[in-house]
Ligand binder design. Sequence first.
Ligand SMILES: Nc1nc2c(ncn2[C@@H]2O[C@H](COP(=O)(O)OP(=O)(O)OP(=O)(O)O)[C@@H](O)[C@H]2O)c(=O)[nH]1
Ligand SMILES: [Mg+2]
Ligand SMILES: [Zn+2]
Ligand SMILES: [Zn+2]
Length: 372
Amino acid sequence: MTRRARRPQLRCPHCWTTLRPAELHQRCSDECGEESTTFVTAPQCPHGRTPVSAQYCSAPGCGRRLERDYTTNPAHVIAVVGSSESGKSTFVGVLVNELRNRVGEAFDGASVELVGDASRTRYREVFGDFLYRRGRTLRRTDSIRALHALEPLVFMLRFPRRGRLSGRERLRTGVAVFYDTAGEDILDADRRGRLERYLAAADGIVFVLDPLQVPSVREAVGTGVVPAVAQDQVEMVQGVVEVLRGSGAGERITTPLALVVAKTDVLIDHLPPATAVTRPGPHRGAYDEGDGEQVHDEVRAMVHSWTDGPRLVDLVRTTFEQHRFFAVSALGVPPRNAEELAPDGIHPLRVEDPMLWLLTRFGIIPGRRGRR
Ligand SMILES: Nc1nc2c(ncn2[C@@H]2O[C@H](COP(=O)(O)OP(=O)(O)OP(=O)(O)O)[C@@H](O)[C@H]2O)c(=O)[nH]1
Ligand SMILES: [Mg+2]
Ligand SMILES: [Zn+2]
Ligand SMILES: [Zn+2]
């Protein structure tokens, strides 16, 4: 397993400026009551009082708040890309909920929490309230979401990990930063510059493949809620490759790529009888590599059978040093219509798999080779 050397510097997750820790700003606490309140990080404010613990980006025009968890732990940036309406936002929204609520159960003593009020508010307003309180789909026309586009969701991950030699349990911590891009970002030349910066900074990429935008699949599954768009999935992956190359990536791209077939609930009747895709993920206390490989083989074969599938499989094989296929259903069942979710709620299937695989790449959780 290759793990990238950690960078000594820190990057602002909002403006991507690289900063040295000593360059970060701090602010006076409310009690200080002085007019001029921003200063270069120091134990005390210029007025001799204790500053707020958070630090702030010192890049001109940014000044965004960086939580302590972010500035003191190695950060792993995960970019979520894919065509319009492929299910990226729903995937992120459901995954965050699963990580916060269920990962502690599967990984004894682990916790995953959104960091800072900005991330928590953004999650609630953009994802959580729609999906879990109002039973609504995440419509891209929604103005709140447009406003928050490309804002990061920052998580703190804490996983207990037993030292190989000492046998002692220590907490492995890491920060993951999630970006949910919009489908248009890949194809629109004006937006590519921004996407390029995010992808260049990414330590892992989740590419969401929408089976319902593939002509052969769309034909096979028939009616139901189908996306208004049908973008060429190969072209989208190709677009991401071009963006990565534009930002200086070499012939073989080293950023791990998770290719995630979304919306598997619509494929149920078309999967092989003993499919691994519809049984719940078995990852408890570690990422189960055997299961991961089985799903990978099956999903790769499925993608291969799609319209233009062989081109897609070939493209990722020749381009990405580390890639793996996944299959998830964020909702578990198709939505009732374009606006409303099914009345019995959200029952995700394998939505955590890609994230757990990436966490093994980052060295935050262990991978386990089982008997199979
Ligand atoms: N059947 C099914 N539909 C889903 C699933 N996840 C998302 N969808 C539907 O797919 C459509 C698009 O979902 P979004 O999450 O908004 O897709 P997106 O990729 O973020 O779209 P843009 O932001 O426009 O690029 C919505 O109608 C969702 O309800 C799923 O797990 N199963
Ligand atoms: Mg979206
Ligand atoms: Zn900044
Ligand atoms: Zn002060």
